[in-house]
Design a protein around this ligand. Structure first.
Ligand code: OAD
Length: 255
């Protein structure tokens, strides 16, 4: 795989790299994306029902069962070559900030630490009433089939129903996570946008901020996205193929 010389030089001299990931990053681990034609979750399931506080209030067992089904898939999945390459890149640069829209833990399981989870995590549920965290029992429970109802557990403190720890449509992002993400986007010299359709806001603002502040924006995606016209480099292909190839190409660029 050949890469543009300017891109490799920019990467070699970068002091602070932001890697911003979306569902496409975990696709090669077998985790479905949201909007890919034919396989995207939002093609088969209604986000108003499954990703909103109103939907949860209307049918808690339906929503809890669906997120448990997704959590089980993640627990059984393994990081792919793209995740591992991002972890390797973090070792090679002075500073790397990893911001993800993904609610899985595959970046952490590849060795990245301090991952900024803009949209929360399947692994951090909390009480719908008092917001106290809830700890899952250890192990992988029986997998409810997609859409199978499962009554949520109750909060040990207030007996309220437990909800998934993901950010739903109409909800605010964590203020701390957003502040960290915005700051990194404003200060970095290279911004990677990997495996995201760049359609969901405010997350999609981050590469635009980075470009406006002078960072080089590199996008990795097999298809066209809303970011194409703003990215300095559009690398068309899968994260699990392009990221390892890019790492391999880096030492060769030193001359
Ligand atoms: P989308 O499903 O909108 O976009 C996934 C992107 O990944 C698409 O542009 C695909 O072309 C690309 N893709 C697919 N396979 C890939 C691969 N192997 N390597 C690289 N790219 C690949 O997912 P997101 O952009 O992450 O919100 O969606 C943003 C948010 O919308 C999600 O965080 C979720 C959803 O509603 C919440 O959960 C709050």
């Amino acid at each position: 795989m050949d890469f543009n010389d300017d891109l490799l030089k920019t990467l070699l001299h970068a002091k602070h790299i932001v890697v911003f990931t979306g569902a496409g990053m975990s696709a090669e681990s077998g985790i479905a994306t949201f909007r890919d034609a034919g396989t995207g979750l939002w093609e088969q399931y209604d986000p108003c029902v499954l990703a909103s506080p109103q939907g949860y209030r209307a049918d808690k067992a339906l929503v809890w069962g669906w997120y448990e089904w997704r959590r089980m898939q993640v627990l059984r999945a393994e990081p792919n070559a793209g995740h591992l390459a991002v972890a390797e890149l973090a070792k090679r640069v002075e500073r790397l900030t990893l911001i993800t829209q993904n609610v899985d833990d595959l970046h952490e399981r590849s060795g990245n630490t301090d991952v900024v989870h803009l949209h929360g995590s399947l692994h951090s549920p909390r009480c719908f009433a008092c917001a106290r965290p809830y700890a899952f029992p250890d192990g992988i429970p029986n997998e409810p089939a997609g859409g199978r109802r499962l009554t949520p557990p109750h909060c040990q403190h207030c007996k309220g129903p437990i909800r998934p720890g993901v950010v739903w449509f109409g909800e605010m992002l964590s203020e701390a996570a957003w502040k960290q993400a915005e700051q990194a986007a404003s200060q970095c010299d290279v911004f990677f946008s990997i495996g995201t359709s760049s359609l969901v806001w405010p997350a999609a603002q981050l590469p635009v901020t980075a470009a406006a502040k002078g960072a080089t924006v590199i996008q990795i995606n097999p298809g066209a996205t809303a970011l194409d016209s703003k990215a300095h480099f559009n690398l068309r292909g899968k994260a699990g193929e392009i990221m390892p190839a890019l790492l391999d190409a880096l030492p060769l660029a030193v001359s």
